[in-house]
Write a protein that binds this ligand. Sequence first.
Ligand SMILES: C[S@@+](CC[C@H](N)C(=O)[O-])C[C@H]1O[C@@H](n2cnc3c(N)ncnc32)[C@H](O)[C@@H]1O
Length: 498
Amino acid sequence: MPSLLNQAALATEAFVKAMPKTQRKQYGQFFTSKETAKFMAELFCLPKNKSELEILDAGAGSGILSIALIERLLQEGHISRIHLTCYETDPHILPILQCNLDSLISETRTPVSYEIKTENYITSQEDSYNDKLGTAPESKQYDMIIGNPPYMKISKNAPEAKAMSDVCHGAPNLYFLFATMGIMNLREDSEMVYIIPRSWTSGAYFKEFRKKLLSQCVISHIHLFGSRNKVFDGEQVLQETMILKVLKTSRKKETVTVTTSASNKDFAALTTFHAAYDQIVKGAESYVYLITDKEEEYAIRRLSRWEQTLKKLGLQMKTGLTVDFREKELLRQTPGHDTIPLFFPHHIKQGKVVFPIGKGNEYLSAQKKALIQRNSNYLFIKRFTAKEEPRRLQCGIYLARKYSEHAYISTQNKINFIGGLRDLSECVVYGLYVLFNSSIYDTYYRILNGSTQVNSTEMNNLPVPDLNTIEAMGKKLISRKSMAESVCNEIIENYIYE
Ligand SMILES: C[S@@+](CC[C@H](N)C(=O)[O-])C[C@H]1O[C@@H](n2cnc3c(N)ncnc32)[C@H](O)[C@@H]1O
């Protein structure tokens, strides 16, 4: 039997070699390894009182996930009949899918039947999905759904986005439309196992998806890959990927199992953590916190006790105002009569802002109102860091008095700045630095957002203490005369100690 999975994996490999990447990109194709497929299949709890099963694999590719799941089910023994439905729109891969499924059927004694639907999984179900009056045909329901949906950003006017407008905000991606449609197709008390990017767990674009998913299902298992880019062999996947198992139910759940493996090949050396459900799913934004161990759980639990956010304190973080490559005619290397300083990430050095450094265009001709900001105190935070860098949150304290000859300044859009500090003491800026330069906030942010980008939405919603506490932390930092992470950790520990 295992040879079937190998056969499917080999056929997929041959397809990947033969098809140009640009062609595969059109279909959002990244293929699952046989080890990952097997692992995903094993995540299902078998429906106890059912011997006949309806399975769905939407975006089936060469059918590797279906094969892994059916192989597993047949080994269990008590299943007497299986019907598999695969959706697949790429005509180039359809013969491989059909051949793999035919081999599966010919090699099993248990009756297995399949159908391949070549229509679009999303738009073909548009009527059922949007049926408020109950007049459209009822959507088909399945006992098990397994999937690796296409990863593809689509325009908000794409037919798929229009078909599911209730979950689309900003830039939609096919992967979460597939997952949402999956929930519709999932029978009550049944499970869906999907491998998807982890971007949906935070961020404003995915909020409606999260709300829908979490109102109709509970998360029962999350699997994370320790190492980026190793999930899809030989393919550069920029997004970090996760495996998600949900159960369609209105019953509450106490815990979520979170497993982590080093790669997509070696599932033997797993680490397993059972996290409290209310630590994983939290807050008005319905963020999903990917907690993998006790230390991370500690960070979430401790910081969640603080009830303020930057937003509530009126200290919103914003993205820098100047997109320098679009404003080339306004950039200057040296100061002039109409210029203001333009701050870049490379001006942030060991917690301070160092300017000028005599590199590149450090000044901006102040001709556009939208590009200038008051010379006030700010905390600058780099927007992008390289994935191998030890910290995601890298801050620099900007003090207005150091540049008192300027009424206005500008910031390049690769830095973020926390403003609203104008009428507050300098100690508050130092206090914000203590928070965001501490290890616990860096851990918290990483759990929340797996990308290397620091986003305003998440930052503005992080729990923070009240202004007096922030100010007191700042005072302590000033007295220590060191901006080191370890010093910030020592200071913050006194406030978050249980
Ligand atoms: C990420 S690949 C995964 C393939 C396979 N399930 C696997 O795990 O290796 C997604 C598949 O969905 C197909 N696809 C893309 N858009 C689709 C749509 N709207 N309806 C059905 N299938 C689609 C692609 O052709 C592609 O084969």
